[in-house]
Ligand binder design. Structure first.
Ligand code: SAM
Length: 225
């Protein structure tokens, strides 16, 4: 079975012919997606030979070698032509790396491809890339695993009347409107942390500029509840 985080990613994979999972590590996600019939076939892309070998072993163990193609390569380089995969998942990496993989590989992404992205950090960086490159965020989820809260973003290409605001880039346009318990908890915690930093800084000789910046972020967070 998948971890709650990967299960949440799987939940966002649409019913399509071919899924490419980039940075697949042990290919857990594509194996499950094929097993439950969500996709007919999958490509598991991985840049390190060690995990790639483990993927090959896992895929064979489950008898899925006819349906899952394990490929060694950097990011979307593993795709042979534009639109080869109708869904692309990139999970468990930093937001900066995800945005970089998308930017370097954008020619390989088809017009109708759905992206499912799960950054471990710097989510706004991923949303900004999507927003600047003609993508619409169609759904978002927030999930708890261990001590960590993860966000999952699904996006497709299409007409977008306006760009996302800074606040939407930070918190997620769909998550902001859903206002789930975990979302409120995450941002309340962050606000609390900022308050205590602010308090500590007031007692030191910090420049007014630094204090002002933190106060502004705090105000922004206040907007949500
Ligand atoms: N996607 C899996 C998950 O969410 O559980 C595995 C996450 S694992 C922490 C990140 C994987 O991405 C590693 O196996 C790493 O080797 C791979 N990776 C990092 N940079 C990559 C790149 N440019 N192209 C393909 N894979 C990459």
């Amino acid at each position: 079975h998948l971890s709650p985080r990967l299960d949440c990613v799987l939940h966002f994979v649409p019913r399509v012919e071919c899924l490419a999972d980039i940075g697949s590590d042990h290919a857990h996600l594509p194996c499950r997606a094929v097993q439950i019939g969500r996709v007919d076939s999958a490509i598991a892309g991985e840049v390190r030979p060690g995990p790639l070998y483990q993927s090959t072993v896992n895929v064979a163990k489950q008898g899925l070698q006819d349906r899952i193609d394990v490929r060694l390569g950097d990011g979307l380089d593993v795709l042979r032509e534009q639109g080869e995969a109708s869904a692309i998942s990139i999970a468990g990496m930093g937001g900066e790396l995800i945005a970089d993989i998308l930017e370097r590989g954008k020619k390989k992404i088809g017009k109708k491809t759905v992206l499912i992205l799960q950054p471990n950090s710097r989510e706004p960086r991923v949303r900004r890339w999507l927003d600047h490159n003609g993508w619409i965020i169609s759904d978002e989820a927030i999930v708890n695993e261990g001590h960590h809260v993860y966000e999952v973003i699904r996006a497709c290409q299409g007409y977008k009347p306006k760009s996302l605001s800074e606040l939407e880039l930070m918190m997620g346009p769909v998550l902001s409107s859903k206002q789930e318990r975990l979302f409120i908890k995450k941002w309340k915690n962050r606000e609390r942390r900022l308050s205590s930093i602010l308090k500590a800084l007031r007692n030191t000789k910090q420049s007014d500029e630094v204090l002002k910046k933190i106060e502004e972020s705090q105000k922004e967070l206040h907007l949500i509840h």
